[in-house]
Design a protein around this ligand. Sequence first.
Ligand SMILES: Cc1cn([C@H]2C[C@H](O)[C@@H](COP(=O)(O)OP(=O)(O)OP(=O)(O)O)O2)c(=O)[nH]c1=O
Length: 202
Amino acid sequence: MYFKAQQPVILASQSPRRSELLEMLGFDFRVIPSKKEEPKPEQFQNALNYVLNCAEVKAADVAIKNPDAVVIGSDTVVVCDGEILLKPEDKKQAIEYLHKLSGRSHEVITAVSVKAGNSGMQFHETTEVTFFDLPDSWIEAYTNTDDPYDKAGAYGIQTLSGLFVEKINGDYNAVVGLPIARLARKLSDAGWISLSGSRVEC
Ligand SMILES: Cc1cn([C@H]2C[C@H](O)[C@@H](COP(=O)(O)OP(=O)(O)OP(=O)(O)O)O2)c(=O)[nH]c1=O
C-alpha cells in the first residue's frame, strides 16, 4: 500500500529518522532542513507551546521559499517533571539527563506543522515512556558513544538505549521523531495525498 502526493512534498528536517518514517508512505519528497534558529524553551509557557512553535518555525521557514509544496516540519522534546530536555550539549549533561530519567516515567512530545500555500495544520502526539533503573555503568558506557548527542533527552528508543525502556504508552514512531500514522491520516483527510495502487513518483 502506497500513497501518491498531489503536489511536491518537502520534509523540513535534517533528522534521518524522520526521512525514514516519511519514506514508509511511498511517495517521493525532498529534504530541505530549516536554517532558522530554534526558539529557547524559557520563552514559552509550557513544553507543548514550545514544541508546537518549533515545528511551526521550521515548516514556515521552508514554506515561504516553496509556496507550491506541502511542507512538513516537526519537533520532539522529552519532558520530565515539567522540565524540557533537548539534545544534550555534552557528556555531563547527557549523564545528568539519563539519571533524571532512570527508574521512572517521562513524556515525549512530538509536534508536527504542515504548510501548503495558504493552508496548514498543526498537531502533536504525547507518549509516556518508562525507563528501568539505569546502572551508572550503563549510563557511562552509553554516553561514551555518539548516540545520545543528536537526540532529545539523550537517548534513542530505536537504538541501543532502547534497552533502557521498560514500557511505552502511546505512539512509538512519535518518540522516534514523526507520528507517521496520524500524519498519513491528516495528509489524506486534507487531500494532499491519496492511496495509489503502486509506488508512484510525483
Ligand atoms: C526521544 C528520542 C528522540 N529522537 C530524536 C528525534 C529528533 O531527531 C531529535 C530531537 O531533535 P529535533 O530538534 O526535534 O530534530 P532535529 O534537530 O534532529 O531535526 P530538525 O530540527 O531538522 O527537524 O531527537 C530519537 O531519534 N529517538 C528518541 O527516542
